[in-house]
Design a binder for this molecule. Structure first.
Ligand SMILES: Nc1ncnc2c1ncn2[C@@H]1O[C@H](COP(=O)(O)OP(=O)(O)OP(=O)(O)O)[C@@H](O)[C@H]1O
Length: 258
């Protein structure tokens, strides 16, 4: 018998529009996902954060359908069960500056309804995984930007979510930490699906089993890293085949729009 494929996410003709804007920020977006690490790339304002915010129910679905871990995101009412299975690191995440790293991560675990007796150990584990063990008692407000982002990643993984959604997780990390972050994602990807947005092509190449190129809210490309490299057009700008493939996809779409 073939293995059972569990659909993590299914979006069909998904359209999302902020109130007061004249056109949708996400247009007819389609995606079926059953695992792996998916990287969403696109220029500033392409709609990456809007899409990720919609996947976790912060931004509402305009039209089309969206199911995440079997929950229909168009349905009304609280979605505690779904949210307890998702880890989300927004681009600009909130924190109480006076909390220590440990308190910050424990608070995240409590919000995710982890049983009280498991919280201290889960928090310690997550903090160790992001390499912040020695900063456990440091106040979050005193951390450097990159260290604070690592604390954010620890908070996102503390409840061992089935789906991890990270908005530009490596921005502000130093090269060593970016390498550690990739190792962390590799170590957790076997058990859970990861969706991340990134402007950093090396991170995409190192991590992604699937890449989506988003431009003006449209999904222009959905495939593997080698397939995106294969989109390269003659004279396309970029320092690597992947960058050239990416710029070619964007340029091809602009030419088609004119
Ligand atoms: N709250 C909002 N209200 C109205 N428009 C918004 C809002 N948030 C974002 N937008 C608009 O939606 C579009 C997509 O923005 P979004 O932040 O999703 O892009 P992005 O791809 O994540 O960009 P970046 O790479 O700069 O983070 C942009 O045109 C942006 O101006």
């Amino acid at each position: 018998m073939p293995p059972l494929v569990v659909v993590v996410l299914s979006a069909k003709d998904l359209t999302v529009q902020y109130n007061g804007t004249s056109s949708p920020q996400i247009q007819n977006f389609n995606l079926e996902l059953d695992g792996g690490v998916v990287a969403i790339v696109g220029r500033n304002g392409a709609g990456k954060s809007t899409l990720l915010r919609t996947l976790v129910g912060i931004q509402k679905v305009g039209a089309g359908t969206l199911e995440v871990l079997g929950t229909d995101l168009r349905s009304a009412g609280p979605k505690y069960d779904l949210l307890s299975r998702i880890g989300f690191l927004p681009q600009d995440f909130g924190y109480v500056p006076s909390f220590t790293v440990e308190e910050f991560v424990m608070y995240g675990a409590w919000l995710k309804r982890l049983p009280r007796k498991h919280i201290p150990i889960a928090a310690r584990d997550a903090i160790e995984q992001v390499g912040l063990g020695s900063a456990c008692n440091t106040r979050v407000g005193k951390l450097s930007g990159g260290m604070r982002r690592r604390a954010g990643i620890a908070q996102a993984i503390v409840h061992s979510p089935d789906l991890l959604i990270l908005d530009e997780p490596t921005s502000g990390l130093d090269p060593e930490q970016r390498i550690s972050f990739r190792e962390l994602i590799r170590s957790i990807q076997a058990e859970r699906c990861v969706i991340l947005s990134s402007h950093l092509i090396e991170d995409v190449r190192a991590l992604a089993s699937r890449v989506l190129v988003l431009d003006a809210g449209k999904n222009l490309f959905d495939g593997t890293v080698p397939e995106l490299e294969g989109q390269e057009l003659p004279n396309a700008p970029g320092d690597s085949a992947l960058e050239r493939g990416y710029t070619s996809v964007i340029a091809g779409n602009r030419a088609a729009d004119q």
